[in-house]
Design a binder for this molecule. Structure first.
Ligand SMILES: [Zn+2]
Length: 213
């Protein structure tokens, strides 16, 4: 019998965390809960916490921890979470992690998908998109047959989010916030680290091994 899995997935932007969350979700039949998605859903459904969040987003402010935590609490109380869940994008900070503890949420596993910053930079800064047909390429891993041009003939461009300086600054922020979080869960004996691999399925195999160890 499979044990209960209440997992927190950590990983830098571009480390492939969201994709792994989806794969684990299917494999273990537990929901993958992405904070961004549930905040949008709570606002749309007009829950008590959703309305509170809306007041902030409407004024362009960040949704504060107390509200994000309230929304997570509402989501984790839904019946599909009884057999476990995957949290993607929460907690991001140690205070959020302690709030989860105070809620009485028993996390069973924390897996950090580790990919070297240089690797993430190479992956993201090599991406090219076509504004005409929407095709995506990678200069190294999936180059266009026409070089700087799309197969449709249009000039390829770099998405603003993939600009190396933008990626670098997001990575710095990620490490600043996440290192203390990793220490927090390591001290509770819950942290496992997995080296992100070139191939998606190789990373999935390592994540599964970490969960079944
Ligand atoms: Zn094109």
């Amino acid at each position: 019998m499979k044990r209960e899995i209440k997992l927190i997935l950590l990983g830098a932007p571009g480390a492939g965390k969201g994709t792994q969350a989806e794969i684990i979700s299917k494999k273990y039949s537990i929901p993958a809960i992405s904070t961004g998605a549930i905040i949008r859903a709570a606002i749309k459904n007009g829950t008590e916490m959703g309305l509170a969040a809306k007041a902030y987003t409407d004024s362009g402010a960040l949704v504060p921890d107390s509200v994000v935590i309230g929304i997570i609490k509402e989501r984790l109380a839904e019946p599909d979470c009884e057999r476990g869940f995957i949290l993607d994008g929460f907690p991001r900070t140690v205070p959020q992690a302690s709030a989860l503890d105070e809620m009485g949420v028993e996390i069973t596993d924390v897996i950090s998908i580790e990919v070297a910053d240089e690797k993430i930079l190479e992956r993201m800064s090599g991406r090219r998109v076509c504004k005409n047909c929407g095709a995506t390429y990678h200069v190294k891993y999936n180059p266009s047959p026409l070089g700087d041009k799309c197969a449709c003939g249009e000039e390829l461009t770099v998405r603003a989010d993939d600009d190396p300086e933008v990626v670098k600054s997001r990575l710095v922020t990620y490490h600043e916030m996440t290192e203390p979080l990793k220490d927090y869960y390591a001290s509770k004996g819950k942290l496992k680290t997995v080296e992100g691999q070139e191939k998606l399925e190789d990373t999935t195999a390592l994540v599964s091994a970490a969960l079944e160890a």
